[in-house]
Write a new protein. Structure first.
Length: 424
């Protein structure tokens, strides 16, 4: 039996967010795990899984059998840096036949007529349609959406509102300038924490160049990045609401997965971990009267409540700059601890080591002591967060001193590793 295409529309992205995230990031959950641990019924899981697969390329989601359970995971080429398949699922969320038909019908009518009123548009729309019945009310809503998104503009004439197509914003650009913009977006869509707006703009500009200018973009997907965390696409709508509240100086109610009661908080800063891809909200918990850090992928909703009072604005200002003294997302301790790391490497053949320290060292002080010997100093809230970064240099890095005894913790971890590989 053939599936009804409308049954695969993503009407509520929240229904698939957790399933898609767990498959893409972890890849170790079976159908039974989702039913038992996450409270999702088997029937709902099957429907959502079918819906997800319809928007992803064939072979993107793979299966493997582990202990009589089938686990789902994503298989993709790390060199396919420009193809954000998760953004495609988000692009297709929450639309109906009415949305699609009004989008094309209205713009087609306005392309044929310079200006039209809502009543004139309604009269000109197809009278007979099996899928959609246009009414004065639902058309008015769709017209408002087209105006808000910039496709249509309005002009008041007496008591009437006239609708017309928005101007072509690319008209004043030459073909070469548009191709340069495409190249810039190709880079930006992979390095910006909110990558979907750039991704969508890039795709639309490619279509525009093809349809309006007859030009193709040869430089598509030429940038590849070591740390390209496409799963952040799943949290872009949450991140956008937080950024809006931060800009407007508003209080948010942050609701976490599995919790009915939200956290009323003053949003202060977004922290983006470029290595592991995690994103965090640093905020002030009003009820607990204490700063806290919340991972964005644990937030199900971010609700705008109200504007900050004068005292709350002062509190927000006093807590700004939190991440300046963090390696990642340390606790809200105001006390800073200094750590000194010694780097030894061959300056002739390993110049990249110094480049890494300068690029990844969070602004720490670097001093050359001798040929191939450098001293690195920095004060942080929690130097222990540096341990994975220090270990990544292998024998070239050695912690000389730390007020929190970070060198002792590294030594213990190396001893535990050696114990597991006693053949070494």
């Amino acid at each position: 039996m053939a599936l009804n295409k409308s049954s695969l529309l993503i009407r509520d992205y929240e229904n698939i967010r957790q399933i898609l995230r767990d498959i893409y990031i972890f890849g170790c959950f079976s159908r039974d795990d989702f039913i038992e641990k996450k409270g999702i019924s088997g029937r709902k899981y099957d429907k959502e899984q079918q819906r997800i697969s319809s928007y992803l390329p064939e072979g993107f989601i793979q299966k493997r059998r582990v202990d009589k359970k089938v686990q789902l995971y994503c298989s993709y080429n790390i060199m396919d840096g420009g193809s954000n398949h998760l953004a495609e699922t988000y692009r297709n969320k929450s639309f109906t036949a009415l949305d699609i038909m009004s989008f094309f019908f209205v713009q087609q009518l306005l392309n044929e007529n310079e200006e039209m009123t809502a009543a004139e548009i309604l009269d000109a729309l197809p009278a007979n349609n099996d899928s959609v019945v246009f009414t004065k009310d639902n058309l008015r809503v769709k017209l408002d959406e087209l105006v808000e998104k910039g496709f249509v503009r309005i002009r008041k004439k007496g008591r009437n509102i006239l609708y017309s197509l928005a101007e072509d914003i690319w008209q004043g650009f030459s073909d070469d300038e548009l191709l340069d913009i495409c190249l810039f977006l190709e880079f930006l869509k992979n390095v910006s924490p909110i990558e979907m707006p750039y991704y969508f703009l890039h795709e639309k500009l490619i279509l525009y160049l093809s349809a309006e200018r007859g030009r193709s973009v040869a430089e598509k997907d030429i940038f590849h990045f070591k740390h390209n965390h496409l799963f952040n696409s799943l949290d872009n709508d949450i991140l956008l609401e937080i950024l809006r509240a931060m800009k407007a100086d508003h209080i948010l109610e942050v609701i976490l997965y599995g919790n009915e009661k939200g956290v009323k908080a003053i949003p202060i800063e977004i922290i983006h971990d470029s290595i592991y891809g995690r994103q965090y909200l640093y905020c002030f918990d009003i009820e607990r009267a204490h700063p806290t850090v919340i991972r964005l992928d644990r937030i199900s909703k971010a609700l705008d409540l109200r504007e900050l009072t004068k005292d709350e604005k002062n509190k927000k200002t006093s807590l700004a700059g939190y991440s300046d003294s963090c390696w990642c997302t340390s606790g809200a301790d105001d006390n800073l601890s200094e750590i000194v790391v010694e780097f030894r490497f061959d300056e002739q053949n390993e110049k990249y080591i110094l480049g890494r320290i300068q690029a990844e060292g969070h602004g720490g002080a670097i001093k050359r002591l001798d040929e191939g010997l450098y001293e690195y100093r920095i004060k942080l809230r929690d130097p222990d967060e540096m341990i994975p970064w220090i270990r990544s240099f292998g024998e070239r890095a050695k912690v000389i001193s730390s007020e929190k005894k970070t060198e002792e913790k590294i030594a213990v971890e190396w001893k535990k590793a050696l114990a597991k590989y006693d053949s070494l």
